[in-house]
Design a protein around this ligand. Structure first.
Ligand SMILES: [Zn+2]
Length: 372
């Protein structure tokens, strides 16, 4: 069960204390990605030290290895990965974007295992089984995400399929919950590409099914920032205001600010850890590339305004040096700082909304981040 308590607004931006299966989490929040039950280069202790309250795992990949029953026998995903806060599970619909996608029809998605290239099928019911058995707090429906360059005909087809699958999965999930007496939440996913009328139709279809929360999918897949912003402006505020509004796969701080300005509550993305692996560091002066020669003798921390463990103890010169000689610990340090920075960024956003000065904070960050 999810309840949004004490909702406060600053324009359309909103903050609340969400209770997700009795775990309290302040919104808006950002979820680092732990695809295979581990965040890349970060321990669970690192995540908790950085105040990470929620992560997302990929149920389809976990169903291949170690297997959904295995995770279930280990006591569920929280116990298995040692993270007792909120865990979302993704359905696998995003795989249509990936190289191991094979085909899709009205009954299933076919894909190649990234482990051994064997062919697997995922049906709407199987997708629910995967997530139900790993016992995440939130499960996502299996959807058909249209690619960025899809024709209108393809987008309409994917919407109809997503709606049909959503109906099947809602009913099936309700039955399982009743039988097993559990509290997992199921979110519907609103697709519809970049045609705003189609997005509105998808919103109307999916919200008619009374899910526990709603996600906007099919964003940050190659479109321009302007195209993404149009969807944010037109659609987010129309999503039910008594449910969590989740923007999937969006992680650039500028896009997070725009989505929140329009009423978004939560996000997931590989962004902070992925850019860390490419040596890009989030700072309150903009994004810097730590391998550049200008940081060779720089004794300052990665970000002078950051109080994370890495910034309190190490210099840019040191992080640059261990990066250049390819010490494995450099990946952890850069990833840790970036995730910590994102968590702090989200906290500042929540505080600004609470104090009703979100616009001021947004302007400040746009001035900093637009330079990059
Ligand atoms: Zn730091």
């Amino acid at each position: 069960m999810i309840i949004l308590n004490n909702i406060k607004y600053s324009g359309k931006a909103r903050t609340s204390t969400a209770s997700i299966n009795n775990k309290e989490i302040r919104t808006p929040f950002f979820m680092p990605v732990a695809t295979k039950a581990a965040a890349r280069h970060l321990t669970i202790k690192d995540l908790r030290d950085a105040d990470v309250d929620a992560v997302i795992v990929n149920s389809m990949l976990l169903s291949l290895k170690p297997g959904k029953l295995f995770v279930n026998n280990c006591g569920g995903i929280h116990k298995f990965m040692g993270f007792n806060r909120v865990i979302f599970a993704d359905s696998g619909g995003f795989q249509v974007m990936r190289p191991f996608f094979k085909s899709i029809n009205n009954n299933e998605i076919e894909f190649y295992s990234p482990y051994d290239k064997s062919v697997h099928k995922i049906t709407p019911e199987k997708c629910i089984d995967n997530q139900f058995l790993i016992d995440s707090d939130v499960a996502m429906v299996l959807d058909h995400m249209p690619l960025f360059n899809a024709t209108k005909e393809n987008v309409v087809e994917s919407m109809q399929r997503t709606f049909e699958w959503a109906k099947i999965q809602k009913k099936y999930h309700d039955e399982l919950k009743k039988q097993m007496d559990t509290q997992q939440n199921l979110f519907g996913i609103i697709q519809g590409g970049y045609d705003l009328e189609l997005r509105k139709q998808a919103l109307s279809d999916i919200t008619s099914l009374d899910f526990d929360g709603y996600a906007l999918g099919g964003l940050a897949i190659g479109e321009t920032r302007e195209e993404m912003n149009k969807v944010f402006h037109e659609i987010i505020h129309m999503m039910p205001d008594n449910k969590l509004r989740y923007i999937m796969g969006v992680g650039h701080p500028i896009d997070i600010l725009t989505a929140i300005e329009n009423g978004a509550d939560c996000f997931d993305s590989v962004y902070p850890t992925q850019i860390a692996r490419h040596n890009h560091i989030l700072t309150n002066q903009g994004i810097i590339k730590i391998t550049q020669s200008q940081y060779k003798d720089d004794q300052k921390p990665l970000d002078e305004n950051c109080d994370c463990y890495v910034c309190k103890n190490f210099s840019r010169a040191y992080i640059r040096f261990i990066t250049k000689i390819d010490e494995p610990i450099a990946y952890q340090m850069k990833s840790y700082h970036n995730v910590y920075w994102m968590m702090n960024f989200m906290k500042k956003i929540r505080d600004a909304i609470f104090e009703n000065n979100f616009d001021e904070l947004k302007k400040k960050y746009l001035d900093i981040l637009d330079k990059n």
